[in-house]
Design a protein around this ligand. Structure first.
Ligand SMILES: [Zn+2]
Length: 193
């Protein structure tokens, strides 16, 4: 039996990540993929393209990992871990990653291609211009923001002084607007000089 036949049987002719049934191909999981069944995953074209090219990643597509990360196949677990790690700035991906348990050998394999390396412990908060934000900084809003639950709009140009950073989420800061502490997305602020 060829690797492809064995994988087709294992996956019941479906993409092992998203469950799609068309355009399936064998993806050898790097590094050291040896075309063996254990080190390969049957993936659809959409998954395959996005795994190989981080530029093409559509976060929404990977919500499928919600199910496939529970696969018993280590190679599938490795891909799930890598994609979730790549997407972890999305809150849901971090949540799944927190739930995903890999045994030591599988985790080592998952980390072996460098995904998630570098900046592991440093969450960098950057403003809309890419300037580094630090706790205590003052920022200006770059667009009108509807504050959910608070019933007001924070106007573009509003200065927010003494921000704090949301730990573990580089896209969010907190600050006081209209006397209320609110969460603000970093892409909508500019650091005041
Ligand atoms: Zn797929």
């Amino acid at each position: 039996m060829s690797t492809e036949q064995a994988l087709t049987a294992r996956s019941e002719s479906k993409c092992e990540l998203c469950g799609a049934a068309g355009n399936l191909g064998v993806y050898g999981v790097p590094p050291d993929s040896d075309d063996s069944v254990d080190r390969s995953v049957l993936v659809c074209e959409t998954c395959g393209d996005q795994i190989k090219d981080p530029e093409k990643v559509d976060p929404h597509h990977w919500r499928c990992l919600n199910e496939s990360m529970w696969s018993q196949v280590p190679a599938v677990q490795v891909l799930a871990w890598r994609m979730l790690t790549r997407l972890r700035t999305e809150g849901w991906a971090q949540d799944l990653l927190d739930m995903l348990y890999l045994d030591d050998a599988t985790l080592e394999w998952a980390k072996a291609d460098g995904e998630g390396a570098g900046g592991d412990d440093t969450v960098r908060h950057l403003d809309s211009n890419g300037a580094l934000l630090e706790a205590g900084d003052s920022v200006t809003l770059t667009k009108d923001l509807n504050v959910k639950g608070a019933g007001f709009t924070a106007k573009r140009g509003t200065a927010v002084r003494g921000i704090s950073l949301v730990v573990d989420n580089p896209e969010q800061i907190e600050g006081r607007v209209n006397g209320q502490q609110i969460v603000i997305l970093t892409k909508f602020v500019k650091k005041s000089s």
